[in-house]
Design a protein around this ligand. Structure first.
Ligand code: FES
Length: 116
């Protein structure tokens, strides 16, 4: 079980359980199932509407839902959230990106804070 806390200045924080291990549940799907009002449009990694900031809270380094998908890399670059250099550094150092697309990020067995 992973604990996912959704946080937005306009709403009360909400922490939900995610059933980890299926490797198919996206962060956006989890949010929608729990009535978290994360904005979205395409649900396919193309529009960038579902951009969220993700922080690991269980202090295990280098996880946070696995590496960025190719679509995420492209959208994060377009939105100026990540530079080419930062992206290359993340790959070299195997670091997770703090910015993710909720529709692309698969929930793993780790506790995270999601700011939307
Ligand atoms: Fe369009 Fe996630 S909803 S990128």
């Amino acid at each position: 079980m992973a604990l996912v806390t959704f946080s937005n200045p306009e709403y009360k924080d909400k922490t939900v359980y995610a059933v980890a291990g299926s490797h198919t549940q996206s962060l956006l799907k989890l949010a929608r199932e729990n009535k978290i009002p994360i904005e979205f449009e395409c649900e396919d990694g193309d529009c960038g509407t579902c951009l969220v900031k993700v922080t690991s809270v269980d202090k295990k380094p280098g996880r946070m839902g696995g590496p960025l998908t190719e679509k995420e890399k492209s959208i994060l670059r377009q939105h100026g959230k990540i530079t080419k250099e930062e992206l290359e550094q993340m790959i070299v150092d195997d670091l997770p990106s703090p910015w993710r697309l909720a529709c692309q990020m698969i929930v793993r067995d780790e506790d995270i804070l999601v700011e939307y």
